[in-house]
Design a binder for this molecule. Structure first.
Ligand code: SAM
Ligand code: ZN
Length: 325
């Protein structure tokens, strides 16, 4: 943890500034310490990360997923610009907009989009409830402008109205109350700041049971190691089926609960298989997976008092700006 972050953090409970005690520095950064609040609460810093949760709660699957697939989607690891391009597509934040800005990613996983944002932003903060922050720390420690926090979106140790840009990609629909989660992060936006979120698409036929929804009844209750073993053995066998022209597309998700990246990315076959396994686990393991229409999401942005709202469909990208006031 850099000194910059220790000065920014507040007590998620009483919102007072925190004091740093017993700091142990390694290479100029705080590796271990405790952050103490006047209200009596204490928050540890371990492995360079301030922790504002006692455990990873309902996102145990993501702790497992992002520590197992800790580099799969990292641009600097696979020498592509896949995450960079996707970050730009989803957020609309280009280099001109990021330059000199204070940026927050809510639900950063192992840090693929933090890496993208850090290229031009002034400072980038990634928060996540899971132990994915430990994987992100290994991946991004070398970037002096990236900061990580283990914290819950519903109870953040960050001051209101403090960020120029906020984004959250593939996160809100995995929380117990996505609208409340959105309203929490929107409160952190400065006047004239911009926010962008991506959420998974709502089914076009919500009353037709999908194989994915049925499979999730069982897979969300399984031990994560066992689920991953099953996925690793099944995905390579069914990928040829879902790649059959025309019918393959309808089989995927509706009949066979897998994800497949074939044809989309400049990766070699073994990497495509790993991305497909990772994404199938990401689909079948999370406890919560909600679906909304773009109109519902637009309502959230309006309720948050944002202007210049854009929503797209079927996968939902929503963007808005904080009104000066
Ligand atoms: C599908 S992953 C996406 C991670 C990253 N945005 C990406 O696209 O690679 C969803 C992430 O949201 C995090 N998450 C879910 N609920 C959260 C909460 N209440 N507070 C903070 N993070 C949360 C999970 O731990 C997980 O890392
Ligand atoms: Zn306090």
């Amino acid at each position: 943890m850099k000194d910059f972050l220790s000065e920014l953090l507040i007590c998620p409970s009483c919102k007072a500034k925190l004091k740093l005690y017993n700091a142990e520095y390694i290479n100029g950064e705080i590796e271990y310490a405790k952050l103490v609040c006047g209200c009596g609460r204490e928050y540890p810093v371990t492995n360079g990360i301030p922790r504002f949760v006692a455990n990873d709660g309902y996102v145990e699957n993501f702790s497992f997923e992002w520590n197992r697939f800790n580099k799969t989607q990292l641009d600097s690891f696979n020498r592509t610009e896949i995450s960079q391009v996707r970050f730009r597509e989803v957020t609309g934040f280009g280099p001109e907009q990021l330059k000199g800005k204070f940026v927050l990613e809510a639900g950063c996983g192992m840090g693929r989009f933090l890496e993208a944002a850090s290229k031009t932003a002034d400072q980038v903060i990634g928060i996540d409830l899971s132990f994915s922050v430990d994987a992100a720390m290994v991946n991004l420690r070398k970037f002096p402008n990236v900061h990580l926090i283990q914290a819950d979106i519903y109870n953040l140790p960050l001051p209101l109205k403090s960020f120029d840009l906020i984004y959250s990609i593939g996160v809100l629909h995995h929380t117990p109350d996505p609208k409340a989660a959105f309203l929490r992060i929107a409160q952190l936006l400065r006047d004239k700041g911009a926010i962008a979120i991506w959420m998974s698409p709502k089914s076009r036929f919500p009353f037709l049971p999908k194989a994915t929804s049925i499979a999730r009844i069982f897979t969300t209750r399984m031990r994560k190691e066992r689920l991953l073993n099953i996925i690793e053995s099944v995905v390579p066998k069914v990928l040829p089926l879902v790649r059959v022209p025309v019918i393959g597309r309808s089989l995927k998700g509706w009949v066979i609960p897998v994800c497949d990246y074939k044809g989309k990315l400049p990766l070699i076959e073994s990497q495509l298989l790993e991305w497909s396994i990772l994404d199938t686990f990401d689909l079948l393991s999370p406890k919560y997976l909600y679906e909304y229409s773009p109109w519902q999401i637009r309502g959230w942005l309006t309720e948050a008092g944002l202007s210049d709202i854009i929503t797209t469909s079927p996968a939902i990208v929503a963007r808005g700006k904080a009104i000066l006031g």
